[in-house]
Design a protein around this ligand. Structure first.
Ligand code: SAH
Length: 502
């Protein structure tokens, strides 16, 4: 491409000035931006330009000339092949600083919001040293709306994990064949898809997976090989075992295994159940889910219990949850408690309030809030999740919560017409953020507080701007590391209506 300061396949030295959304280094070569996977901010690298567009391009990291002090060697031996984690080459402290900075950058650039100690921190990176050092420090400056307006939003240091490994309570492992020859299928393997392909690479250990889940998957593979159960072949749509899903209750030790099969009948099923029970003491539930579709969606519609219960239980804080084969349940239960604790703290409940929980899923946050509110209303678009939410409310004897299926932007205006007047609205939307109609309704309902739980800082920033223009001030934002070693950034923000005391 002419007119660019770099040429395709040319080799250049680049300074890395930031991290992109996928964890790649953002490099500059004579003012031109190259995204360089594997490079870290502060580094100088030798890069080969591989793909060029007008505004930016992509480069392949050839050599690190000057390494970042935050660079470490990734602990996982298959890190570069797997792609499930993106930040293992960055120290954990560095990851926490990166996640906070990403929130700040989005608030400033997309939300046009003022962040306390913001832009200067973004350019110097200095004030972040304190942030990294204090990453386990939950204390925060008691910000108030008036200080927020003058000094800007307080973005706290990311709350990280003390032990940021083995945190996932669910494994979903694709099963397939070892690459053999074109006309002969190799042995059964299970692991992950090689990057950019559908070839399955066998894996026995994943460092972010709870050990029990690794063990369950390894045992299923061993037993399936022993019994001659055939792996599913995506290309021919033949074979039986498609996925193994293992779920583990961190606080109860209960284990569930789900075999997803391309067809109803499972040969040697009694033997299979017997061997699994023998191999995995403490197992509570063995299920089969049938998925006969040509699809990369994991689960089909039909689930049978082969042995044991249809659910396992786990607790978050004082609340007990029933988890079925297909239930949505937060994958990092340790940090979920931290996140929801923060949301509850931000809600500032005294026991008399009416609270709405929009995008409530299986009611996790609603049930947390109900412990300290007069009445909670939860709304969620997936009917099955609302069934779970109601069941979980009953399981915990919580009666001051009401759940409704529907779109938040449709149901909440309806609640408004019925005269429901919330003191606090909590939202926890998917990545695309809140619907504009919901934001408008929030502004009409004028709750004292809005608590915004977000898995995407860019839509968080966009929505906060709308609420700020409508008469709210963002007081503080707390990033919480729910997914160590990945680029996912979760945070919770507190907004207070202007003219009310915190
Ligand atoms: N608060 C829950 C789930 C949050 S995930 C928890 O912490 O467990 C976001 C949820 O929003 C998903 O369950 C998704 O099904 C739901 N959702 C997506 N669009 C929606 C909409 N327009 N109205 C209501 N819920 C929606």
């Amino acid at each position: 491409m002419s007119g660019l300061p770099v040429e395709k396949n040319g080799e250049y030295e680049a300074d890395i000035v930031g991290i992109g959304h996928e964890g790649e280094g953002v490099g500059r070569v004579s003012g031109y931006t190259l995204f360089i996977p594997g490079a870290l901010p502060g580094e100088r690298v030798l890069v080969k330009a591989v793909k060029l567009k007008k505004q930016y391009g992509y480069g392949k990291l050839l050599r690190i000339i000057q390494a970042s002090p935050d660079r470490i060697s990734a602990p996982c031996p298959i890190y570069s092949q797997c792609g499930g984690c993106q930040l293992q080459h960055l120290s954990y402290e560095g990851q926490l600083r990166f996640k906070r900075q990403l929130v700040i950058d989005n608030l400033e650039r997309i939300g046009k919001l003022k962040v306390a100690g913001g832009t200067s921190a973004a350019s110097s990176g200095k004030s972040d040293e304190a942030a990294g050092a204090a990453f386990q420090d939950a204390s925060h400056a008691a910000a108030s709306p008036s200080t927020a307006a003058t000094k800007g939003i307080v973005v706290h240091p990311t709350l990280g994990m003390e032990e940021p490994w083995r945190y996932r309570n669910k494994a979903q492992v694709p099963i397939g064949f070892e690459a053999a020859s074109a006309d002969r299928e190799g042995g059964l393997v299970g692991g992950f898809y090689a990057q950019g392909s559908h070839r399955i690479i066998d894996m026995d250990e994943c460092l972010i997976q709870q050990e029990n889940n690794d063990r369950v998957v390894a045992e299923v593979k061993r037993i399936a090989r022993e019994l001659g159960i055939r792996a599913y072949n995506e290309e021919t749509h033949k074979g039986l075992l498609r996925h193994v899903v293992a779920r583990y209750g961190f606080n109860t030790g209960e284990i569930m295994v789900v075999l997803i099969t391309n067809g109803e009948s499972l040969p040697h099923v009694d033997e299979l159940v017997g061997l699994l029970r023998q191999a995995i003491p403490g197992i509570k539930s063995i299920c089969q889910n049938v998925n006969k579709e040509r699809t990369n969606v994991i689960f089909g519609d039909k689930t049978k219990v082969l042995w044991g219960d249809d659910v396992i239980y786990d607790t978050i804080g004082a609340i007990r949850f029933a988890i079925s084969a297909r239930s949505f349940y937060q994958v990092n239960p340790v940090q979920t408690e931290v996140l929801y604790g923060k949301a509850l703290d931000f809600a500032g409940l005294r026991g008399e309030e009416t609270v709405i929980d929009a995008y409530c899923g299986i009611g996790t946050i609603s049930l947390f809030l109900a412990q300290r509110a007069r009445q909670v209303y939860g709304v969620e678009i997936v009917g099955e999740a609302i069934d779970d939410a109601r069941r979980n409310a009953r399981l915990n004897g919580i009666r001051n919560v009401q759940f409704e299926v529907g779109a938040a932007e449709v149901v909440i205006p309806e609640w408004r017409r019925q005269g429901i007047a919330p003191d606090v609205i909590v939202v926890d939307p998917p990545r695309k953020g809140c619907d504009a109609a919901l934001l408008a309704t929030i502004l009409e309902m004028r709750p004292t507080r809005v608590v915004y739980v977000s898995c995407n800082p860019s839509t968080l920033a966009r929505d906060l701007q709308v609420l700020e223009e409508g008469g709210y001030s963002t007081v503080e934002v707390q990033p919480v590391d729910m997914f160590p070693h990945t680029v996912h950034v979760e945070s919770v923000a507190l907004l207070v209506r202007n003219g009310t005391d915190r």
